[in-house]
Ligand binder design. Sequence first.
Ligand code: MN
Ligand code: MN
Length: 325
Amino acid sequence: MTSDPFFHPVSGMELPRYAGIPTFMRLPLVQPDHARFEEVEIGLVGVPWDSGTTNRPGPRHGPRQLRDASTMIRAEHGHFDIRPFEAAACADLGDVAPNPADIQDSMARITAFYDKIVAAGIRPLTGGGDHLCSLPVLRALGKAKPLGMVHFDSHTDLWDSYFGGFKYTHGTPFRRAVEEGLLDPKRIVQIGIRGPMYDHEDRDFARAEGIRIIPIEEFHARGVADVMAEAREIVGTEPTYVSYDIDFVDPTFAPGTGTPEIGGPNSYQALQVVRELMGLNIVGADLVEVSPPFDSSGGTAFLGVTIMFELLCAMVGRGMVSQGK
Ligand code: MN
Ligand code: MN
């Protein structure tokens, strides 16, 4: 709980929301060398990096676009009785500086940044970046103990390799995370999987490891509440990561992404699924694959930050109870 106005976002009642320097949700910028870094409970982080992209690039521009769109977010959740920026000390922790010319070096830099976040007891909410971003983040968050994961996506991202044995792309992060012991496969649920496939190899891996895949056909047939009740059951009360690929949402609502797939949830269902995470033990979350070069209306970034606001509220929890320090 924080009543300290330092951690409150700039209100649109004081400074019009189109004015000022756009941090995430108009929060204070508190980078790791800032005197108040240790006081932050939930930190919003940009990872402007898309070197794992195998087809249409652009998510490296995501954080800047997401920050701009996030000036639309207000202080109170419209459905739950939550004022997240008063329930927890939130701040924009800035961007991780990647090395766009070197994937391994970039991942090392990202993990080092998140090591500082974990050491300070901050729970990170990341704006990507392509989906390979999740792997170096999990290397910091899942180091002590494998995490559960609720994963929204059109794709499993469980492939072994691309281009003749290359192991690090945005199609492989969760295969690596399971192999590295960062995720407990029995506590992973992947929701919204669809589209034409290369082959069945990712599904075979999921089946062998006990990962639960809920394909889009099942999602639409059962509905949000039923599917999410099962998802909560799978991850349980232990520490859980939430990874949200914007291509989970139908491209009618989220065209600004590199690998869209037809037949997905609408923009309301995109928010509903996150609301169903309320009460889980969420140690971190990300929203990835917003690609501004393909987002000509800016609507995908706006949906992306609205999902981030829902994720933030789910991390804060009901009743304005701070789970942090
Ligand atoms: Mn993905
Ligand atoms: Mn995807």
